[in-house]
Design a protein around this ligand. Structure first.
Ligand code: ATP
Length: 238
């Protein structure tokens, strides 16, 4: 169980998060939804060690966790895949996946080992992409696979995906959703930031709704619908 509690974050006069509680069961896809500016990315940034909260605590499986940096998050198996890819377009898929993780050998890094690793990770997670291809030459969907592989290489237990379907075709979105379900089926946890309610209901087990830095609802996907979630997002009584 992953639990964030009483998370607060202010940017000057703006309260991005005003004391948020979020509980996520491992082995599930848990969506965090809300309108632009609701605080979704900030909340997930706290879990990923990117945003330092002003107050609040994180508990992982009952044990308090201090996540003060991205490296701390990785150490707890938590990684975030950003809305905008952070890939090196002139490098290969394998180089992007292992970058910063593999010790450099004398005479350069071990291409064969990195390519084998990407092949193995890709097979395990249903994310096949040619490890030798240059990232700049790949489709957007394949670039996202590289992002996912990179995150899985660093932090395989909890994956935070920030609006991952924004740049994907419907077919690529279906492919991503099947990867997300597979990850959850393997006991991994997927946090899915989105404002596309139809997609959220198609892939998630649970949905937490944020509005203006506060939680307005937590629902099982199977027990809610677009209308109710849309109402919670805008604070409309339904
Ligand atoms: P979006 O869907 O647009 O990404 P969001 O729900 O993820 O929205 P956040 O990005 O978390 O929302 O932003 C919450 C609030 O905090 C917004 O008012 C935003 O302008 C503000 N905010 C976020 N990051 C910063 C920052 N680095 N500096 C100043 N204000 C920020």
């Amino acid at each position: 169980m992953i639990a964030l509690s009483g998370i607060e974050k202010r940017y000057g006069a703006v309260t991005a998060l005003g004391g948020v509680d979020l509980t996520v069961e491992r082995g599930t896809v848990h969506a965090v939804v809300g309108e632009n500016g609701a605080g979704k990315t900030t909340l997930m940034g706290v879990l990923a060690g990117i945003v330092a909260p002003d107050a609040g605590t994180i508990t992982l499986d009952g044990t308090p966790a201090r996540i003060a940096s991205v490296e701390d998050a990785y150490a707890h198996g938590i990684g975030m895949v950003h809305q905008h890819f952070r890939l090196f377009r002139r490098l290969t898929v394998a180089e992007n996946v292992v970058m910063g993780r593999e010790p450099k050998r004398r005479g350069g890094y071990d291409h064969a080992a990195a390519e084998a690793l990407v092949d193995e990770l890709g097979r395990r997670h249903g994310l096949r992409v040619d490890p030798r291809a240059r990232v700049g030459e790949l489709s957007v969907g394949d670039q996202q696979r590289v992002e996912l592989l990179r995150a899985l290489h660093r932090a395989a237990e909890v994956l935070i995906l920030d609006e991952p379907t924004a740049v994907l075709t419907p077919q690529e979105t279906d492919g991503l959703f099947s990867v997300m379900r597979d990850l959850a089926g393997q006991g991994r946890t997927v946090l899915f930031i989105s404002h596309k309610l139809r997609e959220v209901l198609a892939v998630s087990d649970m949905v937490t709704v944020l509005r203006r830095g506060a939680v307005t609802g937590v629902r099982r996907a199977a027990e809610t619908d677009e209308r109710e979630l849309a109402g919670l997002m805008v604070g409309r009584a339904i």
